[in-house]
Design a protein around this ligand. Sequence first.
Ligand code: ZN
Length: 296
Amino acid sequence: MKGIILRTVGGFFYVFVLEKRIIYECSVRRRLENKGIELLVGDKVEISLRPEKKSGVIEKMLPRRSKFLRPAVANIDQVVIVTALDNPGVNFYLLDRLLALTEYLNLLPLIVLNKTDLRTDNKERVLKGIEYYHKLGYNLIKTSVIDEKGLDSLLKALTGHISVFAGESGVGKSALLNLINPEWERRTYPVSEKSKRGRHTTTQVELLNLDNTGFVADSPGFMRLDISIIEPEELSFYFREIYDYIGNCRFNGCDHHEEPGCAVKNAVESDEICGKRYENYLKMLKELYTKKENKY
Ligand code: ZN
């Protein structure tokens, strides 16, 4: 039977098997351990059941689509970047960082603007700012936990994916997850006598089961991911509107910074590219070059 690892505790893996709609507590076949294969939450596996049919053994790990170390989770394919209209408000720099990372990792980005029920003086300005991303082709969903708005769209976007929620604290990630499924807050798992000891010693990411096809990692760790894995020369590949102008600059390998005849800078001057996004690009570019120089 095939399943997906939702949680690991004390050396045991909790594998959800769709065809049975059951979570089995599994150990790992020694053969796999000997090969040095380290199983993660999110891994898709083949299991066999023990004779009593209540628990199982993981026999094989199926190919991974992706692997993160912080949080340690496999097969994430979508990053839900949560922002808030106010309190704390949209941090466009963090948004651009997370988007660039998501593009670099070849994951599907989804932008959520939460707390849309709040009344703020700059509401129009923030909405206009975030709509720019929608125009770039990013999926944008506006939500309010108070008014329970946008929930259907969010559920639809999560179905069929393994998603991780990212964003700074206070934007309402947990509140959104609890709105999707109030039971997630009080979730309990079968804990065997043997694994009880490990229960409080490991705090690892776990996958929440949305609808048996969609899963959400309950960790906000993604926002801490370091952008220095991106080569500075390639940063512009991960800004969609800048990428569109590559090849139009006078020089090959233009960084779109101080080079003459830069098509990107011209597009910023004629307002075809948002100046704020371009500033954030330059800020990240500087950071990446500084880090790279320090490496040598
Ligand atoms: Zn250029």
